[in-house]
Write a protein that binds this ligand. Structure first.
Ligand code: SF4
Length: 380
C-alpha cells in the first residue's frame, strides 16, 4: 500500500545536507559571489527548500554549475530526481531514453548521470567516446537486478521461436542478449512490430511482469514474461485508487504502466513518465494524482502551479542515493566511471538501435485504462 498524503511537497528533499556542514566540509561557503550566482535559481525550488536552508544548499549548486563549465560536463537528470538536482543542476531532464538520446548527441566530454546505474550504462552504450560518471555506484534498480544475461540465454534456448523484448530498465548485459528493447512509451508498439517481423503470435517481454501484463491487455498478443517488478510501482493497488477517489472527489488519477494491472484498470489515464507530464500540461486538471515515484510529482507540480497535486509518497531508494553532494564529489574526483566491455556494448546497442529504427511516434502512446487484468505465463 502506498503512503498517501494530502498535498504540499511530496517528500522533503532527502539529501543529508540540511545544515551548512555538507557544503562547509567541502570548503564551500555562502558568500556574495554564490548569492549572486544562485539568487535567480531559488524561486524554482522555493516550495521544497526553506529560505533558512538555502544558504547551506546554494554553495553546492554554484560549485556544481561552475565545475560543469570547467570540465565540459553535463548532468542528465531523470524525472525521479529530487527538485534540487532536477531544477538547479540538471542540463537535460526526462525519462531514461530521452536522457540517453541526449547523451549521444550532446557536445560534452563528461556525462554525469543523475539517475540509476542502468541509465548510466545506456548513456555509455550510445556515447562510448564520452566519460560517463555515476555519483553513487549503489544506485541500482529492483527491475534491473531481477534478471541476468545468463537468464536471457536460457530463455532463448527454451523458446527459440519467440522474440525476446527487454524493457530498457535492465543491465547492458541483458540488453545484449535480447532482440530489441522497449520503453514504457513504446512497449506496445515494439511488441506488435516484433511479432509481425517474426510472424509469431507470442512475444517474451522481460523483466517487468506488470508492464508485460499491461502491454498484453493493450495488444491482444500473447505475451510471456519474467517475475520482475519495480519495487516502487508495485506498491500501488486498486485500493489506493478507491481511497483517493473517496478522499478527493473529482481527482484525476494517472498511473505509470509499471503499476499492477488492476491499478491501470481503475485509473483515468496511464502512460510513461513523459506521457503523464504531458497530460498534466495539456489537460490542466483541477486536482490530480500521479501514481509513480514521489519526486516526479514534485517536478511536474513545479511546472504546473495551477494544478492541485495529491501526492502518494513512494520514493525510489535507489534514485535517492544521488544527491547534490555526491554529484559535486564525482565532478571533483572523476569517480565513478561506468565502463562496459566493448562486445557487450555493441550487442546492447543493436537491441537499442532495433527499437529506435521503428517509426517515431507522433504523440506518446497512452495505455488504455479500464481493461480487465490478464494473467500471463512466466518463462521460468
Ligand atoms: S523507480 Fe523502480 S524501475 Fe525506477 S529505478 Fe527505482 S526500482 Fe528501478
Amino acid at each position: 500500500m502506498a503512503r498517501l498524503i494530502d498535498s504540499g511537497p511530496g517528500c522533503p528533499t532527502p539529501t543529508p545536507l540540511r545544515g551548512a556542514s555538507a557544503a562547509e566540509a567541502r570548503g564551500l561557503v555562502y558568500d556574495d559571489a554564490v548569492k549572486m550566482e544562485t539568487d535567480d535559481l531559488y524561486p524554482l525550488v522555493q516550495d521544497f527548500i526553506t529560505p533558512m536552508e538555502w544558504p547551506a544548499i546554494a554553495p553546492l549548486v554554484a560549485a556544481i554549475n561552475r565545475l560543469k563549465k570547467e570540465k565540459n560536463a553535463v548532468i542528465l537528470a531523470h524525472n525521479y530526481m529530487t527538485p534540487d538536482i532536477f531544477q538547479l543542476v540538471g542540463d537535460f531532464r526526462g525519462d531514461s531514453l530521452q536522457l540517453a538520446r541526449e547523451a549521444a548527441n550532446v557536445d560534452a566530454d563528461i556525462i554525469v548521470q543523475a539517475g540509476v546505474h542502468f541509465m548510466a550504462e545506456t548513456s555509455k552504450i550510445l556515447a562510448p567516446e564520452k566519460t560517463v560518471l555515476i555519483p553513487d555506484t549503489r544506485a541500482g534498480c529492483s527491475l534491473a537486478a531481477s534478471i541476468t544475461g545468463a537468464d536471457v540465454r536460457l530463455i532463448k534456448e527454451k523458446f527459440p521461436n519467440y522474440p525476446v523484448v527487454t524493457y530498457v530498465n535492465c543491465t547492458a548485459e541483458v540488453k545484449a542478449e535480447c532482440h530489441i528493447t522497449c520503453t514504457s512509451s513504446n512497449a506496445a508498439q515494439v511488441v506488435e512490430a516484433i511479432a509481425a517481423e517474426w510472424n509469431t503470435d507470442t512475444v517474451i517481454l522481460v523483466p517487468d511482469q506488470y508492464l508485460a501484463k499491461n502491454v498484453a491487455a493493450q495488444t491482444g498478443i500473447r505475451v510471456m514474461t519474467w517475475p520482475g517488478a519495480c519495487e516502487v510501482h508495485e506498491m500501488f493497488s486498486a485500493d489506493d485508487v478507491e481511497q483517493l477517489r473517496e478522499a478527493h472527489p473529482g481527482v484525476v488519477i494517472l498511473a505509470h504502466p509499471e503499476c499492477p494491472p488492476d491499478v491501470l484498470e481503475a485509473a483515468d489515464f496511464a502512460g510513461s513518465t513523459s506521457a503523464l507530464a504531458n497530460y498534466v500540461a495539456e489537460e490542466s486538471p483541477n486536482k490530480v494524482v500521479l501514481l509513480t515515484e514521489c519526486s516526479m510529482s514534485d517536478n511536474v507540480a513545479s511546472a504546473n502551479p495551477n494544478v492541485n497535486f495529491i501526492r502518494p509518497c513512494n520514493l525510489c531508494p535507489h534514485m535517492k542515493r544521488i544527491t547534490l553532494e555526491n554529484i559535486y564529489d564525482c565532478l571533483v574526483t572523476g569517480e565513478y566511471e561506468v565502463l562496459i566491455p566493448e562486445d557487450v556494448r555493441v550487442r546492447a546497442k543493436e537491441a537499442l538501435d532495433a527499437m529506435m529504427a521503428l517509426p517515431k511516434m507522433v504523440k506518446l502512446l497512452a495505455f488504455k485504462t479500464g481493461l480487465k487484468p490478464l494473467e500471463l505465463e512466466m518463462v521460468v
